[in-house]
Design a protein around this ligand. Structure first.
Ligand SMILES: *Cc1c(COP(=O)(O)O)cnc(C)c1O
Length: 359
């Protein structure tokens, strides 16, 4: 028998990193395990949202509305943006992939800060595009001057993640205005606002106002974080009409289920109730940050539902010890840990661990 040969892959596949999803904590002798590694909301879904989902479950023998009409109309009303400028997808990660596939092909460049959201390099690579990673400034903030310098004739898109995952800092409106004034208008600038509902810095970017003022700016938003629908996979893009059109065309047909669509619409209807929970998360974040600061940790201020502790070489040690208290956190070896603001008991355990963590 001749030596077996596997089917040939595109060369990009060899470079493709695997998405590292936040892990579930393993239970430790009698301790309830907690997951603080995926930036989810710890609250269970609103009964009204569950009721809408249960109702829609009776129709799963039918394909969903491929145009997500009701959801897009609700978003159009919310933002006072024409429906034709809005497109939905299977999570904002799905939308992000549709955007990159629409604007960047082989050899084209996509600029984003690093460290930032782990999906960006994967999505750029799948499209055959080249990732241009611009290091964050020391305080974990975007270095917009360096990002401007990274623009070439091959640049097709620039991602700005604010608040940034995993460092939690924001880009200000003034910074983005100055930046956009210098970015050629044929380059798409995408502001990823997955955590915008948790921001309380009045100087931060207002993504929707910004896209209304620029022909090359779009915003990515999600129902996974503040709206608590991570398990249903629904997110959206608001931006230039031609990009929204392209996002619709590149979508997996019927990707956003009817259950996800009705849950998203119901969540928008019950936003006030959901945003009370967001306020609770912010209060917990403030408390958690101050406890860690009292212990001597130096944290960049977070405007998201997680906190970044730049532990450098001691990151893995911290992560290992958090396994011992049945709490999963998200380590970035050599850099730091990202801890989602979840259940109080889990955060208290982390503080206790941090207190024993000798400098
Ligand atoms: C969590 C997250 C998203 C949202 O992902 P979904 O696919 O909508 O669940 C998008 N961008 C960033 C930066 C995130 O951290």
């Amino acid at each position: 028998m001749s030596e077996s040969v596997n089917p040939q892959l595109r060369p990009e596949m060899a470079k493709l990193p695997t998405y590292k999803a936040g892990k579930k904590a393993a239970p430790v002798n009698g301790l309830t395990a907690y997951k603080l590694s995926s930036n989810e909301i710890a609250h269970s879904p609103l009964p009204s949202v569950v009721a809408a989902i249960v109702d829609a479950a009776n129709e799963i023998n039918r394909y969903p509305d491929p145009f997500t009409t009701n959801l897009i109309q609700a978003l159009s009303d919310k933002f006072a943006v024409p429906a034709e400028q809005i497109a939905t997808g299977t999570g904002s990660v799905g939308v992000c992939q549709q955007i990159i596939q629409s604007v960047a092909g082989a050899g084209d460049e996509v600029i984003y800060a690093w460290r930032s959201f782990e999906a960006y390099p994967i999505i750029a690579t799948i499209a055959g595009a080249v990732s241009v990673q611009v290091p964050l400034a020391n305080n974990g903030q975007h270095d917009l001057a360096a990002m401007l310098n990274a623009i070439t004739s091959r640049t097709r898109a620039i991602f700005i993640c604010t608040p940034n995952n995993p460092t939690g800092g924001i880009v200000t409106q003034q910074e983005i205005n100055e930046f956009l004034a210098k970015v050629p208008e044929n380059i798409l600038v995408v502001i990823d606002e997955a955590y915008v509902e948790f921001n309380r810095d009045a100087n931060a970017i207002d993504g929707i106002a910004t896209l209304k003022a620029h022909s090359n700016v779009g915003v990515l938003r999600t129902f996974s974080k503040a709206y608590g629908l991570a398990g249903l996979r629904v997110g959206y893009f608001v931006g230039p009409k031609n990009i929204a059109d392209a996002v619709r065309k590149t979508a997996v047909p019927f990707g956003v289920s009817n259950i996800a669509q009705v849950a998203a619409v119901a969540s928008l209807e019950h936003e006030a109730e959901l945003f009370k929970r967001v306020e609770e998360v912010i209060a917990e974040r403030t408390w958690f940050e101050s406890e860690l600061t009292k212990l001597g940790f130096k944290l960049p201020p977070s405007q998201a539902n997680f906190v970044w502790i730049p532990l450098g070489e001691r990151t893995e040690e911290f992560a290992l010890r958090s396994e011992g208290i049945a709490v999963s956190i998200r380590p970035f070896p050599g850099e730091g840990v990202r801890i989602s603001i979840g259940e109080r008991q889990a955060l208290e355990r982390v503080i206790e661990l941090a207190g024993e963590f000798v400098f």
